[in-house]
Design a binder for this molecule. Structure first.
Ligand code: AMP
Ligand code: MG
Length: 209
């Protein structure tokens, strides 16, 4: 299902005004805010009851926008972005000045990805900026996969729910840290280690569990 153009425009306006928008992604509904608005980002933590030290993922509209948000992008990161975006791959890179510390839990690095969902991409294109979006549930609760789930979970705490139909129940994004000398997988997810290694042509370090 695709959202109506008027709903996309309305959601973009809510983001510009500092509000919170629930939006569909390929995995679950996210609770989105303008990534450059510290007060809006702070509201995400408040509504979710999420500790403010837990960093958020900044969603952007295309790989070409990467340099607007981060610094010191290594060739490995560009290769991965070109290959897997839009898709379930999150890259951790050095934070650029547009990213407030509220979004990164105080870290000098930031997690970025391009979601593979037509409604999320339409919203990002209409809005033009980056959207920080963790799952649209309160801390410790199940992640919502329909617009009705979001309304039941968050009620009036979210300013607009952009209905894109039910999300395909997918796995979370794979998180790869590309700030060091060698890329390393911080969290396994939709893109496998083998797929990453095939593109990079080198072995990756994985988390010790
Ligand atoms: P979620 O809350 O499901 O959107 O997941 C966000 C994930 O990204 C969490 O596991 C965070 O720890 C991780 N994350 C976000 N930013 C960073 C960062 N700068 N460095 C490392 N991990 C990060
Ligand atoms: Mg979550």
């Amino acid at each position: 299902m695709t959202a109506r153009t008027s709903d996309i425009e309305k959601a973009a306006g809510v983001l510009r005004a500092g509000g919170l928008v629930a939006l569909p992604t390929e995995t679950v509904y996210g609770l989105g805010a303008n990534a450059e608005d510290p007060a809006a980002v702070a509201r995400i933590f408040q509504v979710k009851g999420r500790p403010s030290s837990h960093p958020l993922i900044v969603h952007i509209g295309s790989a070409e926008q990467l340099d607007d948000w981060v610094q010191d992008v290594p060739a490995t990161a560009r290769l991965l972005a070109e290959h897997f975006w839009p898709g379930p791959l999150t890259l951790v890179l050095r934070r650029g000045p547009r990213v407030p510390l509220e979004a990164t839990g105080g870290l000098e690095t930031v997690a970025v990805r391009v979601p593979d969902h037509p409604v999320a991409l339409a919203l990002l294109a209409a809005f033009g900026g980056g959207v920080t979006a963790p799952s649209a549930n309160r801390f410790g609760q199940v992640s919502p996969t329909t617009a009705n789930d979001v309304r039941a979970e968050l009620g009036d705490a979210v300013d607009f729910v952009l209905d894109g139909g039910p999300c395909e129940v997918g796995v979370e994004s794979t998180i790869v840290d590309v700030t060091g000398d060698a890329p390393s997988i911080l969290r396994p997810g939709g893109v496998t280690r083998e797929e990453l290694e095939a593109v990079l042509g080198l072995p990756l370090t994985v988390p010790s569990t």
